[in-house]
Design a protein around this ligand. Sequence first.
Ligand SMILES: CC(C)(COP(=O)(O)OP(=O)(O)OC[C@H]1O[C@@H](n2cnc3c(N)ncnc32)[C@H](O)[C@@H]1OP(=O)(O)O)[C@@H](O)C(=O)NCCC(=O)NCCS
Length: 155
Amino acid sequence: MDGYESVDTTSRSGTGARVYFSTDRDIDLYELEELCDAVGWSRRPLRKVKKAIQYSFLVVTMWEMRGKKRRLIGFSRATSDHAFNATIWDVVVHPDFQGKGLGKALMNYSIKRLRSQDISNITLFADPHVVNFYRNLGFMPDPEGIKGMFWYPNR
Ligand SMILES: CC(C)(COP(=O)(O)OP(=O)(O)OC[C@H]1O[C@@H](n2cnc3c(N)ncnc32)[C@H](O)[C@@H]1OP(=O)(O)O)[C@@H](O)C(=O)NCCC(=O)NCCS
């Protein structure tokens, strides 16, 4: 199928359907919102989500395919300086498909795409409950004591 890459055969959806990745940015924002709703994320203005996707360096979607029907079941994106660094954001797998190795496959695919662009420094901000998910994938919290620091308005 053009524009789609099949997930490793060990990472099927568990329902007899196949799972594919795509880096096509032509995403139905309502479908993406539904996916983010399903994991309880707060809603964000769609015009901003659209802009974030437009200006991301890499956008990866994960699809369950049944015949001609496709369903968005995972998403991640990365911003980058296009030379050294990339930061991964918005990693999500639909709850119906969690615990089947698809989050790992989504992350490994995203990392592979960034490495293929010669990006060597890949970072992300992990919610506390998923630190070990990322640790298993080779991400280190606070390497050499380095801390992520945040500035928020009105604090
Ligand atoms: C985090 C998330 C992407 C993981 O996706 P998933 O498809 O369930 O993960 P996988 O099945 O690929 O799990 C891969 C490995 O990580 C482990 N793992 C999965 N979720 C984990 C968690 N929350 N904490 C620790 N380990 C976890 C699995 O046990 C598995 O281990 P194994 O390789 O030893 O078998 C998914 O749970 C999700 O979308 N959560 C809601 C959104 C979210 O919190 N995103 C991260 C924001 S920073």
